[in-house]
Design a protein around this ligand. Structure first.
Ligand code: NAP
Length: 485
């Protein structure tokens, strides 16, 4: 069992109180590196969610939204607390997710950067009187908190994903009801402990419910008191939420799946492209929505680039994320492991070549969840690793001839989250980027999003943006007041 001073309450949090499930039921959280139980968390359902929503709504009804300066202080206090506790939160994150401890601490810093950013731009919430007069009135646009926000997050960034939501929600003045992923709730509980201890938030402003996704999600979607839902996770669940949102015409922010192309043009700096690919791909053991899923390399440099990649992949050290030397941790669960396994087997059966990693016959999720980083070549578009998000440490490399072909291959997906293009000729690369239907498109970098820049998907990768002023406006309703006095 996990021991931490930030986990003295392994409980939900409603209306300023630590609470258990009404049913008394719990669900196990385990360490994917060794299968050992870390904790048993409350398995909550609709009634607890109802009370959490009511707590947020009653705060809005009684006191209204606290003023802007108070909200700025909350954000700054949360930022400072996260930075102070980054090692311990990172340790909890590493134990329940598996990613290396250092990388986990980097995720905590990333989370803190969202609180920092939204504290800095909170003045964007001030009303604006338009310069034009019309109809004998002056016109002022107020930015009102949309109301109680339901926030649902995945396991792959247990603190990064919630920070992108809760920071702008608090900046806007929205009470929140948070539902973390069942695999990784402990990081969230630790964050709540910090907010409980160190931040002067009114009761009902932040609420945490864990357990039945169907019941908690169902309650959030059917409640008229939750006008906005921000969800990060799979496209399948996102589509379900779209259906469930129609009765109350809820505002949805959806950050969904990806299938990122990584395009290397013949004039690229191959060393830099290779370094960026390795950093991008193996973060979180390849379990990130923005990580390269399909690698397209121009024919004349295909061999040289593949050789560099193979050498680097073979050097990656796989193991328990708490061991200092480890680069790549375990996959999150058996289903995640089996999906990667299936993609490799499918590709090899259709003619791909294994050039780094173990043959699938040597890997078995019943033994452990460590998947050896794998590179395959001679990949074709019909293979599962091209049509579907692998979400694991597999690099499939495909060659192309012309820039037009690279665009066509890159766009050959219903997803539109992230893409990357490497090449020295800026004009050429930007011409290509403009044709790619992806919300985030790195040029000569494999970096993911940052707090100050809007991030989100096109097509089936979602709607709305997180980060930037746009990320704040997701939690805002505009109210226009013509003043004829
Ligand atoms: P998931 O299965 O969709 O789960 C995400 C969250 O939704 C979890 O908290 C889950 O709860 C909850 N959930 C499941 N069924 C629900 C329902 N019927 N109603 C309401 N909530 C429900 O996704 P995942 O496997 O955790 O995450 C991986 C996916 O997230 C990948 O596709 C990845 O690309 C995507 N992702 C996207 C972004 C982005 O920024 N676009 C970022 C990160 C991840 P339980 O855990 O209790 O089932």
């Amino acid at each position: 069992m996990i021991e931490s001073y930030l986990l003295k309450n392994i409980s939900g949090y409603i209306d300023g109180q630590w609470v258990e499930a009404d049913s008394g039921k719990t669900v196990e959280v385990y360490n994917p590196a060794n299968g050992k139980t870390l904790a048993n968390i409350p398995f909550m359902a609709a009634d607890e969610t109802k009370r959490a929503i009511a707590a947020g709504q009653s705060l809005l009804d009684s006191d209204g939204v606290p003023d802007l300066e108070t909200r700025r202080e909350w954000l700054e206090d949360i930022r400072d607390a996260l930075i102070d506790e980054k090692e311990e939160i990172g340790r909890i994150l590493c134990l329940e997710h598996g990613k290396p401890w250092k990388e986990a601490q980097g995720e905590v810093e990333y989370a803190a950067s969202f609180f920092d950013y939204f504290a800095k731009i909170i003045d964007e919430m001030k009303p604006e009187t338009l310069p034009e007069k019309a109809k004998d009135c002056s016109w002022t646009v107020h930015k009102r908190a949309i109301g109680v926000a339901g926030l649902i997050t995945p396991w792959n960034f247990p603190i990064g994903m919630i920070a992108k939501k809760v920071a702008p929600a608090l900046a806007a003045g929205c009470p929140v009801v948070i539902k973390p992923a069942t695999e990784t709730p402990l990081t969230m509980i630790a964050m709540f402990q910090i907010m409980h201890d160190r931040v002067d938030l009114p009761k009902g402003m932040i609420n945490l419910v864990m357990g039945s996704s169907k019941d908690i999600g169902g309650e959030l979607m059917s409640s008229p008191d939750v006008p906005m839902i921000s969800f990060t996770g799979s496209t399948g669940v996102g589509q379900l939420l779209v259906e469930q949102s129609k009765d109350w015409v809820k505002k949805l922010g959806l950050e969904l799946g990806g299938n990122a192309p990584f395009i290397v043009l013949d004039d690229a700096d191959l060393d830099s492209a290779a370094d960026n690919l390795i950093a991008n791909k193996f973060r979180g053991a390849g379990q990130t929505c923005v990580c390269a899923n399909r690698i397209y390399v121009q024919k004349s440099i295909y061999e040289a680039f593949t050789d560099k990649i193979v050498e680097k992949v073979k050097a990656l050290r796989v193991g328990d994320g708490m061991d200092e030397d480890v680069d790549v941790g375990p996959l999150i669960n058996k289903a995640g492991f089996d999906k990667v396994h299936d993609h490799v087997k499918d590709a090899l059966s259709k003619g791909a070549k294994l050039v780094a990693g173990k043959h699938p016959d040597e890997l078995d999720s019943n033994k452990n969840l460590f998947y050896t980083p794998t590179v395959i070549t001679d990949v074709t578009q019909d293979m599962k690793c091209c049509t579907d998000e692998t979400f694991g440490p597999l690099l499939p490399i495909i060659s192309f001839d012309t820039d037009e072909e690279a665009v066509k291959l890159g766009n050959h997906t219903e997803f539109g989250l992230a893409a990357y293009v490497f090449g020295k000729d800026e004009k050429r690369a930007h011409k290509l980027i403009a044709k790619l239907h992806f919300g985030h498109c790195g040029y000569n970098t494999g970096t993911g999003p940052a707090a100050h820049a809007p991030f989100g998907g096109m097509l089936q990768s979602g709607v709305g943006r997180e980060g930037g002023v746009d990320g704040l406006m997701e939690y805002v309703e505009l109210q226009t007041v013509p003043d004829g006095s």
